[in-house]
Design a protein around this ligand. Structure first.
Ligand code: URA
Length: 237
């Protein structure tokens, strides 16, 4: 990345302050003073500012427990967005949600600035599983379970990939769903085929990665290196 971006991210400065410091000769790259703000540096370069070593994480991967009423977007004219919830901790990053949850759905949203990673985990051919806990307005039936396993045909004729549906742990209307693709309003539309409405929808896992139960609504934390690797491996990256 550019040196001014590196310094700004690592030192928590604005881009223009970073540029001024670089032009003053306060910055060394791999032991040599560098006054060019647009010089390209590797993420693992040895960079110092005023003699202090700086290091930057190339990308961040954040697990957020999305509360109700927050939209899965970077900016929105009306509603609070997932990026606004986590963004104050990452003022210099261009974050976005890797995949969406509806405004009234809750649970695991992955927020990142790594476009390649997001694209790969969302790509239909990668089949990264998404797990949901659902509360219906009617009891779960065997016809729904069989239909999901075969592949539901939506009212517009779209045939969906097989999905796993089983009883949830909270009474006859609660269900556990695992999807391997991401179609707009998919779960609501799938249950709609059986005239069942969805009252509550919560995403609890992406691939083998469980939502951290200690976060609570609106809580977030960075994924560990091992967690990022786990998702990468599942998506074949
Ligand atoms: N399916 C839906 O209908 N809504 C979501 O938020 C996620 C999956």
């Amino acid at each position: 990345m550019r040196l001014d971006k590196f310094v700004s991210q690592a030192a928590g400065q604005s881009r223009s302050d970073a540029r001024k410091a670089i032009q003053k000769g306060l910055c060394c790259v791999n032991g040599t003073v560098c006054r060019k703000a647009d010089a390209q540096v590797e993420a693992d370069a040895s960079v110092t500012l005023g003699g202090r070593p700086l290091s930057v994480q190339q990308y961040v991967y954040i697990m957020l427990d999305k509360p109700k009423g927050v939209v899965s977007a970077s900016t929105d004219a009306r509603d609070v967005t997932v990026v606004e919830l986590v963004g104050k901790n990452y003022p210099r990053r261009s974050l976005f949600p890797a995949g969406r949850l509806d405004k009234q759905s809750t649970g695991f949203v992955l927020v990142t600035d790594d476009g390649v990673f997001a694209h790969e985990i969302l790509a239909p051919k990668r089949h990264v599983a998404k797990t949901y806990e659902v509360m219906l307005d009617t009891p779960l039936t065997q016809a729904m379970i069989d239909g999901f396993a075969k592949g539901v045909v939506l009212s517009d004729g779209t045939r969906l990939a097989p999905a796993e549906l089983s009883a949830g742990g909270e009474g006859p209307c609660s269900a556990h769903v695992v999807l391997h693709q991401g179609v707009y309003h998919q779960i609501k539309r799938m249950f709609g085929v059986y005239d069942a409405g969805v009252n509550e929808l919560r995403r609890t896992a992406i691939g083998g990665l469980q939502l951290d139960g200690s976060l609570g609504a609106g809580g977030f934390r960075e994924l560990t290196q091992q967690e990022v690797e786990k998702i990468r491996q599942e998506s074949g990256l």
